[in-house]
Design a protein around this ligand. Structure first.
Ligand SMILES: Cc1cc2nc3c(=O)[nH]c(=O)nc-3n(C[C@H](O)[C@H](O)[C@H](O)COP(=O)(O)O)c2cc1C
Length: 251
């Protein structure tokens, strides 16, 4: 089978799951292509599409929703899709429905919607980081869930989308507007070593290191704050313990 895996990942959790799927499916002899929406503008030919994104305030990031709307053409052939999210808790992981419904409207048969519980990357104003023992367990659980979801693909029992996703999509639109202004709370202090990692890695080219400035395109992915080797980035002048993916999906 030809399989395309597409994802957006701010800090690596969603990417880890994407590469977990890729590894498992390649081991099973499938032809797999993995891409991030940051570098891809089209999808390779596929029979199965796997799409993943993190949950931001209950839905997928606005960028990922827009990518799906704009760049995935309608299909009349028998393409199937699996959608997954990663989030710190599972109560608000509605984003899979939003992407699932859009793909269904484009002619895909949706075979699974999965919510992976992964370490929290957003503990700036409230919440605590996920303790290490739990991070380890979450990566272990994720490996099992990846394998189960592929071994039990219910191609003959597609998911029906009765509910409207309008409200959660409005929330994603509003969140992306809020993120632009909340992003102005990030600042780079004098401990900056000018390595350029934040500027180079920002998915929205929102940082210029020369004048240590954040512009107004932030999506709050938190990649900058968690990947600064000097921990020189603060939010509302507050430093946080960085989150970095430190476990592997072992299949
Ligand atoms: C701006 C923002 C909002 C978030 N909102 C939620 C949320 O509503 N519910 C939740 O469980 N996790 C939330 N999270 C946590 C992330 O969904 C979670 O850590 C995810 O696995 C990060 O994926 P990534 O490493 O691929 O970026 C949020 C994270 C960010 C950055």
């Amino acid at each position: 089978m030809r399989i395309s895996i597409l994802f957006f990942s701010g800090t690596g959790n969603t990417k880890s799951i994407a590469y977990g799927y890729s590894q498992l499916l390649k081991d099973k002899g499938h032809d797999v292509a993995v891409s991030s929406i940051e570098t891809a503008s089209t999808l390779d030919e596929h029979d199965l599409l796997i799409i993943g994104g993190p949950i931001y305030a209950g839905n997928m990031p606005h960028e990922l929703i827009q990518w799906v709307r704009k760049n995935i053409p309608k299909t009349s052939s028998n393409k199937i899709a699996l959608v997954y999210s990663t989030s710190a808790g599972l109560q608000n992981a509605h984003g899979v429905k939003s992407i699932g419904k859009k793909l269904s409207n484009k002619g895909y048969t949706i075979v699974d919607l999965l919510a992976y519980e992964m370490p929290r990357n957003f503990y700036i104003d409230k919440y605590d980081p996920t303790p290490e023992f739990l991070q380890k367990q979450q990566f272990k659980n994720a490996a099992q869930m990846i394998a189960d979801s592929i071994n039990n693909l219910q191609i003959d029992k597609p998911i029906e989308f009765m509910e409207s996703v309008l409200l959660i999509d409005i929330m994603a639109d509003l969140f992306s507007i809020m993120a632009k202004s909340l992003g102005k709370n990030f600042s780079i202090d004098e401990s900056c070593i000018s390595c350029g990692i934040c500027e180079k890695n920002c998915p929205k080219n929102n940082i210029t290191l020369k004048d240590k400035k954040y512009h107004n395109r932030c999506i709050l992915c938190t990649r900058c704050i968690h990947n600064c080797p000097a921990n020189a980035i603060s939010y509302k002048k507050k430093k946080i313990e960085p989150y970095r993916v430190q476990y592997k999906i072992k299949l």
